[in-house]
Design a protein around this ligand. Structure first.
Ligand SMILES: Cc1cc2nc3c(=O)[nH]c(=O)nc-3n(C[C@H](O)[C@H](O)[C@H](O)COP(=O)(O)OP(=O)(O)OC[C@H]3O[C@@H](n4cnc5c(N)ncnc54)[C@H](O)[C@@H]3O)c2cc1C
Length: 405
């Protein structure tokens, strides 16, 4: 088994932890990262994680870094701190020397001399190595061969759309320059885009709540700043609080955002039960956003909002094009790998803290030697936790060891 070539896609927290595991078990490892170390975590570096450092990091990683100044296990770090104090040092460990290739975007993964429809579901597919097409920013292409592939490429760069039913709203794609799909640093380095402006925030998750709370600071700075918060469901509050939430940061965020939405004096106007139909640019007034809400008597109500920008915190989805040529069985609702998705369906709690890894079998799919780990393994389901990803790594390597016997 040692000496097998493992290719890991993505140098996020789970990719790096998996690489360390693999190196300490003497595998030949390459980590292919499209940008730079933990690019996604860095992009939301201003946001504070909910869960403490001790459950976001592995015992293995902390032990390997014992000489460094690690945060305490109960520290609640921002993404930037998690990167600087743990993920970057992890990637620089002697065990990972020469393993991580930055600026190496995986375009597609196939099998040598084996097409998607060949040897359907047969373990014999394992006899043919994976071949991975990789492209750098300057367009240079090369292929890598591997016996095992761990797809740890996350979902963060691949956003959902604003329109009704999840499709792009009319005009949405043309108006992309006025829409932030990522987690902008509203009260920090990106504030010039938002201060004194009228902004529409769409979404009812923690990312939208983080945006709303950040706007509170901007409204204090410049009272001309206005926020309209649009949520799809018509509920009593934009976010549903988790009873007895053990994560105090998360509980506070939920309570603060909900309170801002419910009080019209705060500068936040909440519109519930609405969806975006069309977006267009009016060069005098800014963006015209046509929305639809279900009327009180069941009829439709249409309204046009005039705003300067839109923050679309409507979630992310996996990029499945990477493994299109492999035999991967996906869930038709979440787009996560089927076995894990089926196990997750049973877990109905909205609290990701109640989640645990679903065991090795849930990671298997028809393509032997190919595993989807980390945030991408949950598909569109946003309940993924790093703690679960760390457990998945142990499970995946148990399967890899079993496959080699
Ligand atoms: C704002 C925010 C706060 C969160 N807070 C918490 C928290 O408190 N606790 C918790 O447990 N979880 C939290 N999460 C959820 C989750 O743990 C994180 O999203 C985490 O970063 C997932 O790690 P990952 O390694 O699976 O994916 P990512 O961190 O997304 O890393 C994926 C990597 O793959 C690279 N990549 C993507 N496509 C390709 C490609 N084609 N080729 C090569 N490389 C590619 C990306 O550049 C990136 O570096 C949070 C998520 C967000 C967005």
């Amino acid at each position: 088994m040692p000496g097998k070539r493992i290719a890991i896609i993505g140098a996020g927290p789970i990719g790096l932890e998996a690489a360390l595991h693999a190196r300490l078990h003497n595998f030949d490892v390459v980590v292919l990262e499209q940008q730079s170390i933990s690019a996604n975590v860095r992009s939301w570096g201003h946001v504070r994680l909910f869960s403490p450092f001790g459950i976001n990091s592995s015992k293995r990683g902390r032990a390997a870094l014992q000489q460094s100044d690690l945060p305490s296990n109960d520290a609640i770090l921002t993404g930037a701190e998690f990167y600087a104090q743990y993920l970057l040092p992890l990637s620089q460990l002697p065990a990972l020397k020469g393993c991580v290739r930055e600026n190496a975007r995986v375009v597609s993964i196939g099998k040598r001399r084996l097409w998607k429809g060949d040897s359907i579901g047969q373990p014999s597919r394992m006899e043919s190595p994976f071949q991975i097409l990789v492209e750098s920013a300057d367009g240079h292409e090369e292929t890598f061969a591997a016996d095992v592939v761990l797809d740890c490429s996350g979902t963060f760069g691949n956003h959902n759309w604003l329109g009704d039913g999840g499709i792009p709203a009319i005009g949405e794609r043309k108006c992309a320059e006025w829409i932030d799909y990522c987690l902008s640093d509203i009260a920090g380095k990106d504030n010039a885009r938002f201060v004194g402006k009228r902004v529409l925030v769409v979404g009812s998750g923690y990312s939208a709540a983080t945006a709303i709370v950040a706007f509170r600071e901007l409204i204090q700075l410049d009272s001309a700043t206005e926020v309209i918060w649009l949520t799809r469901k018509a509920a009593a509050t934009p976010l549903t609080a988790i009873d007895g939430d053990v994560l105090t940061e998360r509980a506070l965020l939920t309570a603060t955002a909900n309170a801002l939405a419910k009080d019209p004096r705060t500068g936040v106007a909440w519109i519930a039960g609405a969806s975006v139909r069309e977006i267009s640019v009016d060069h005098r007034d800014g963006l015209l956003v046509h929305i639809h809400t279900a009327g009180e008597q069941g009829g439709d109500k249409f309204q046009t909002l005039t705003v300067d920008r839109i923050i679309a915190n409507v979630g992310y989805r996996p990029d499945r094009s990477l493994y299109e040529e492999l035999q991967v069985h996906e869930c038709y609702a979440s787009q996560g790998p089927m076995k894990l998705a089926a196990a997750l369906l049973v877990e109905t709690s909205g609290d990701c803290m109640t989640q645990s890894s679903q065991g090795p079998d849930s990671l298997r799919n028809p393509e032997p030697g190919f595993y989807i780990l980390g945030a991408k393994s949950y598909g569109r389901d946003s309940r993924f936790l790093l703690r679960v990803g760390l457990e998945q790594i142990e499970s995946a390597f148990a399967l890899i060891a079993a496959e080699a016997e």
